[in-house]
Ligand binder design. Sequence first.
Ligand code: SAM
Length: 472
Amino acid sequence: MYDVKSLKAEEFISDEEIKYTLKYAQDNKDNLELIDRIIEKAKLRKGLDHREASVLLACEDKEKIEQIYELAHQIKQDFYGNRIVMFAPLYLSNYCVNGCVYCPYHAKNKHIARKKLTQEQIKAEVIALQDMGHKRLAIEAGEDPVNNPIEYILESIKTIYSINHKNGAIRRVNVNIAATTVENYRKLKEAGIGTYILFQETYCKEAYENLHPTGPKHDYAYHTEAMDRAMEGGIDDVGLGVLFGLEMYKYEFAGLLMHAEHLEAVHGVGPHTISVPRIKRADDIDPDMFDNGIDDEIFAKICALIRVSVPYTGMIISTRESQKVREKVLPLGVSQISGASRTSVGGYAKHEMEEDNSAQFDVSDTRTLDEVVNWLMKLGYIPSFCTACYREGRTGDRFMALCKNMQILNCCHPNALMTLKEYLEDYANEETKKIGLELIDKELEKIPNPKVKQTAYEYIHDIGEGKRDFRF
Ligand code: SAM
């Protein structure tokens, strides 16, 4: 039985409810009157439920899809402005005891190089990332209680936060590690993590069990209920995601929104972010083995519908996607992207030409961070290295309140400009710096509150004089 408030995976992600939703959506895909009503509701910017959003996903009417794209774009502008937050993944270890059939880290893969970074190696990685200009990381690790116990993850987080190379600093560490216990989530919270990210991979239980035939990750309920345990452990920023390509996208989309509705209903705060990874080629993984790949059009439609369905939830696109695809989906609601990512263990500090097959998947966007920053600005976006909310304690519902009260232009906007200025001073090449300084001048004018505007001007000036780390 479907129960949004239940703490049991199979009740808050009810297979029956998803199947009903998909039938309802299919039956109404040409019901333009209903579709118009749903679009009108979405314009109120309070989101859509999984049934409404699924009808829009099923709709194939070109004009309506255009309207949805337009609305997604407007909502992104209203809630997030033209800022795009930058981050990079940091792979700590690819030791893994699971048997995930889409991931080259699966335990049976005997020829992949297994690596686990020492604290010294982590230091070298972090310095390399700081030297590019990164301030925000997402740490990644396989699941292996012997090689990668929680103590190792906690020690690594401590190491990462402790390193200050030149003007560099990692100010926010998000964590993407396997589902764990309330007690471990509490420890992660105490270690000062930002978002806890865990991809569901697929919401379809049967497919989930087949795709995870062995290892602790096989347990669908334990994995699906992880975010409730994380929240019980005090982590109020959690990041959802499915790996598109494994199962039918319409099923996944409904499941994803049901999960978001569940978190909101039980904990009073929805997911902080949603990621939309698509399966990629990797060491012994051929994405064509999976039948449910989605093309770029469907991918864009999913992104736009996530934006209109959960306006307060950030949306993340990684370097799994090419520059072209990223360009297509940025205006549809993406708020965070990674740049210059390496998906191998130790990939940032090692010499470019070194032989290595420890990567988790092939990246499509291989540009440097400076190239990505330059490109974003030319497209009219503000690359942001901001980590202020989390450091000011604006997490969970406090962050949502900022978003809901539309205070972004008085808070996130100046923070983005200040962190961009730091980037330009410390890491950018001449051309990027020139474009950036002009952009900052123009964007400062958009701050509505005169006092905030004046202070932001002063802080930006001070950054030019060598001061760092201002925030609202
Ligand atoms: N081991 C952790 C877990 O089990 O959740 C998380 C870390 S894993 C390094 C991060 C994510 O990469 C996985 O959740 C999965 O969705 C994604 N991934 C795995 N194989 C992939 C592939 N071949 N292409 C794209 N993404 C992949």
